[in-house]
Design a protein around this ligand. Structure first.
Ligand code: NDP
Length: 239
């Protein structure tokens, strides 16, 4: 059955791979992008691209209206959009901290809250939040990012309890290091240090994260909620 799926930040990286996975599944997929022009491949995949900055509630509302008009209420939401502003605590400005929280945590709150309206009415829904291994493991220079990603776990688990009786599931995927623009900023030395700690000895490809996300939104995952699923090559084992 073709579902209305929304992936935030689906114009590149992990979000684009997730959008592709659902499109391949035959779902009606919409993505949001914040800047630039969405890549041409989205058109080929039949994916609707809607401009939306998730730090702005009005833009979120507008985006949902556009998506609902085209595809109907969102049945599967993947809250993927996120940013980093890495620096040591001594140098971290309040803006470095609050902007990361506003995007990764409050931005997720904005899109989840809006999706919930239709899901409650439909008495079903699937929500997957993209956290990070760093949320539970920690990362030097990433206090803002780790705090935002750890918070997603409490957010999802609270909603899993609050809305389980409405047949809406909330799960978290915690990727390790994935080959995207976000990790391209790391130096070769940083990259080598990370890979040395990963039992599988390499970065993930975005498609490997997308496959787990697609599973959590599938019928096969109907009894999974409040879970945190690592896709990290073993990096965060035990965390
Ligand atoms: P990218 O930097 O490649 O892409 C980030 C996406 O988020 C872009 O589409 C970007 O839009 C969008 N975005 C950022 N801020 C906003 C905003 N305010 N409103 C709307 N969209 C926004 O990142 P990845 O694909 O690597 O990461 C995707 C998710 O996975 C993030 O949440 C990230 O924290 C998480 N993650 C990534 C890991 C990695 O190693 N890459 C590891 C663990 C988790 P635009 O193109 O307009 O900037």
């Amino acid at each position: 059955m073709s579902r209305s799926v929304l992936v935030t930040g689906g114009n590149r990286g992990i979000g684009l791979a997730i959008a592709r996975a659902f499109a391949d599944n035959g779902d009606k997929v919409a993505i949001t992008y914040r800047s630039g022009e969405p890549p041409a491949v989205l058109k080929e995949l039949g994916v609707l691209a809607v401009k939306c900055d998730i730090t702005d509630s009005e833009q979120v509302e507008q985006a949902y209206k556009e998506i609902e008009d085209a595809h109907g209420p969102v049945e599967v939401l993947i809250a993927n959009a996120g940013i980093t502003k890495d620096t040591l605590l001594m140098r971290m400005s309040e803006e470095d901290f609050t902007s990361v929280l506003d995007t990764n945590l409050t931005g997720t709150f904005r899109v989840v809250k809006r999706a919930n309206r239709g899901m409650l009415r439909a008495k079903k829904g699937r929500v997957v939040l993209i956290s990070s291994v760093v949320g539970l493991y920690g990362g030097p220079g990433q206090a803002n990012y780790a705090a935002s990603k750890a918070a997603l776990v409490g957010f999802a688990r609270s909603l899993a309890r609050e809305l389980g009786s409405r047949n809406i599931t909330f799960n978290v995927v915690a990727p390790g290091f994935v080959d995207t623009d976000m990790t391209k900023v790391l130096t070769d030395e940083q990259r080598a240090n990370i890979v040395a700690q990963v039992p599988l000895g390499r970065y993930a490809q975005p498609e490997e994260v997308a496959a787990t996300v697609r599973f959590l939104a599938s019928d096969d995952a109907s009894y999974i909620t409040g879970a945190v699923i690592p896709v990290d090559g073993g990096l965060g084992m035990g965390h």
